[in-house]
Design a protein around this ligand. Sequence first.
Ligand code: ADP
Ligand code: MG
Length: 353
Amino acid sequence: MAEHSSPADHTYTIGYAMLPNKHDTFVQPSFIDLAARHGIRLVAVDASRPLVEQGPFDLIVHKLYGQPWRAQLEAFSALHPDVPVVDPPAAIECILDRFTMLDVVAGLGVAKEGAMATPRQVFVGDAAALAGGDDADAVPGGLRFPLIAKPVEVDGSAASHDLCLVYRREGLRGLRAPLVLQEFVNHGGVLFKVYVVGDHATCVMRSSLPDVPDERLHDLAADAAAPFANISLLPPPAAGDAEMPPQDFVNRVARELRRALGLHLINFDLIWARDADGNAKYFILDINYCPGYSKMPGFEPVLLEFFLEMLRGRPAHEQPCPGAGSGLGAEAHKTEVEASFIPSGAEPKQVQA
Ligand SMILES: Nc1ncnc2c1ncn2[C@@H]1O[C@H](COP(=O)(O)OP(=O)(O)O)[C@@H](O)[C@H]1O
Ligand SMILES: [Mg+2]
């Protein structure tokens, strides 16, 4: 167990469980010092040892996945039912699968009002669907190019962020199933990343993939597909490139999403684009659990305040996402889609090509 600071009179101890390379989420010397000044001691959990033998903790925050770790948390919670676990593993699981992570969006008030959508997507479970089978021109799920191919699982590995932009049918052939194919939505190359910490939401503008003009889809001399990863490392867009979404709207989406998922620590990717009917709206592309908060301006006081509120005990009013209670929802869903590909979401939405 690594202890990062030891001032004399700590009021609270937070146990954090994260892979060492994920400490940039927020566990950095400056945050550890700030927390210490407010009576919070941050202690690294040793996930290779029983959690129940460690502590005492007043709160657990974690970004570890898998059944053994989940069993550890369950054993800990059974023994210490009053110690908050941020966040419940069953709720986190809902957003570790790219095919199901966006399902929650259709049920949000903002989506029902037509202000928010998700790109159309399908799950492709086997290579035959990518090869084209008898009909070499058929596209899984009837999607329209360009497409983005994404690994299904988001497990924190670098490989789970290896994506591929596919311009035409031929570009699907080299891809490896299982994957999620999602329609690429032109959005002017600007992305909004919204960092959510409890009731607080911060929106940051980032560069994204440039628009794909129609001619590119028919340019047979150009590559049929282009792999990419980590475009978040691109330089930020120039000021004036795009308008920030109104803060009220950002707050509302963050609140609805967070409550529907039953999670406190997330970020999500937002773009402003047109749907197939030409209606401009926001699209959510991606939702992540406990992101790298070090990239959020002013993250330290926000996280500190959140932890203090959790530690002092707040009424919990979040609703878990469907299936979050037992985790069976996500598992059952996976079995169901294994065979080949099926369209995602209750109401698939056509997007601009
Ligand atoms: N359907 C889409 N349409 C347009 N751009 C997309 C789409 N999906 C992803 N992108 C771009 O690719 C980036 C990475 O995709 P994302 O699904 O967020 O994966 P990651 O897990 O790597 O963050 C997004 O932030 C966005 O810039
Ligand atoms: Mg993303």
